[in-house]
Design a protein around this ligand. Structure first.
Ligand SMILES: Cc1cc2nc3c(=O)[nH]c(=O)nc-3n(C[C@H](O)[C@H](O)[C@H](O)COP(=O)(O)O)c2cc1C
Length: 405
């Protein structure tokens, strides 16, 4: 099964990541990984740190130059693996990745504070590890570390493509302004996704970019922060992916775990249940996605289930709605406590973002890529891309009769 782990502090020298058990001969598209990293960085409402960082992944192992489809690639020295235009592929060995923290070399200032920020890990982290300096927990809980998750998830997009799977995403809500209707069945096309990628808030065509940007501007002018929601849509997953043997194996649970743990995410929804709560007649007959047969193919005209039933994919788009709280570091401060003398003080401001909805949506999408890759690799196995494809296509040909005749 594909496994991912990472290490690295927000103000440390670098972030490191390891991907294990990725089959050999999967294309490694460094240009795409770096493009995803810059998408994570550039959302409107991010702070000064993102002007310092110019994230680029350095792959240090597990990758080789691609010479031919039969895989006669030879091992290359790490320094030769970096050019973005080189055709690279996985070698089957653990993939080691590195992202430099430019801030580490440019800013050597020591971070020390004892007034904890409500909403951050300062208080609970200080209790857990018993430090005087409340800045230490956020060295790891800070979302800086999610840059590596994005690199890993972006690398695995090529693995997902072996199955014909694509991951789309967009920002759905900022503050009180929501892009309505983007999730109506069939609306989130490739064109709509590409439209969202072109603006710095990831707003889809159905959204009002100016109104959403105004929400961020209002938060900036009020020296506050602002939350919202993003949506990840996975296209091309056939029915029957995942497991329900044990509750920990269920596809919705696995995706929720990978996404709920993104810093500042406080809700993960599969499908459109929270919209249905708001409507009259919230009944099973109205909510469940009825089945029809059209041109010999099993179809549904709605996707309220968000593509997962019983812990398994059901063949519809997998739709994950992710809710982000307003981030904890607030310029105008929040009533808090100084742990050094146990007095009441306003929380401190450390250099910070204002709105992380676009960046957090990118991170969530790449965590979904990681989650699905682990599940697919467990179900279909394979030492090389060709093995994976053969396993998957054989399975599909044996299963297709259940949805197409
Ligand atoms: C992309 C991204 C950037 C973030 N930037 C900040 C930030 O600049 N300041 C801040 O206080 N929180 C920021 N956060 C949120 C905190 O990291 C998060 O609230 C904190 O670690 C506590 O974790 P929790 O909110 O998941 O409970 C960011 C989150 C994301 C996803």
């Amino acid at each position: 099964m594909i496994k991912y782990t990472s290490a690295g502090d927000s103000h440390g020298e670098a972030l490191v990541g390891i991907l294990e058990n990725v089959p050999a001969h999967i294309a490694v598209d460094i240009k795409r990984i770096n493009a995803m990293l810059s998408l994570r960085q550039r959302g409107y409402g991010r702070g000064k740190r993102m002007q310092i960082e110019k994230d680029k992944v350095r792959i240090i192992s597990g990758v080789t130059e691609k010479f031919s489809d039969s895989g006669t690639g030879e091992s290359l020295q790490p320094e030769n693996l970096q050019p973005e235009n080189l055709l690279l592929e996985t070698s089957g060995a653990p993939i080691g990745m590195l992202i430099e923290n430019r801030d580490y070399t440019l800013n050597k200032t020591k971070r020390f504070f004892t007034v904890v920020r409500p909403g951050h890990s300062d208080f609970a982290g200080t209790v857990k590890f018993a430090f005087e300096n409340a800045a230490i927990p956020s060295e790891r809980t800070s979302a800086r570390t999610t840059a590596m998750d994005v690199a890993a998830g972006a690398l695995l997009l090529s693995y997902l493509e072996l199955f014909g799977i694509e991951v789309y995403f967009f920002a759905e809500r900022i503050g009180s302004v929501r892009a309505e209707g983007a999730l109506e069945k069939g609306k989130l096309t490739k064109e709509a996704f590409e439209y969202a990628l072109k603006n710095d808030l990831l707003v889809p065509p159905s959204g009002d970019y100016a109104a959403m940007k105004a929400e961020v501007d209002r938060a900036i002018s009020q020296r506050d922060s602002i939350g919202g929601s993003g949506v990840v849509v996975v296209k091309g997953v056939p029915p029957g992916v995942g497991h329900y043997g044990n509750f920990l194996d269920k596809l919705d649970g696995i995706i929720a775990h990978f996404v709920m743990s993104v810093p500042s995410v406080k809700s993960v929804e599969v499908g459109t249940l929270s919209d249905a709560f708001l409507q009259d007649g919230f009944t099973g007959s109205a909510f469940h996605d009825a089945l029809f047969i059209e041109n010999g193919k099993l179809t549904r005209r709605t996707n309220n289930a968000g593509g997962i039933e019983g812990g398994l994919s059901n063949g519809e788009d997998i739709v994950i709605r992710v809710g982000f709280k307003p981030i904890p570091t607030v310029l105008k401060g929040v009533p808090s406590v100084d742990l050094s003398d146990f007095s009441e003080k306003r929380s401190v401001y450390v250099r910070s973002d204002t709105c992380v909805v676009p960046a957090g949506t990118v991170v969530s999408a790449m965590r979904v890529s990681l989650a699905l890759s682990t599940v697919l690799s467990e179900q279909f196995g394979g030492d090389s891309a060709a093995d994976v494809k053969a396993n998957f296509e054989g399975w599909l040909s044996r299963r297709r009769k259940f949805w197409q005749r």
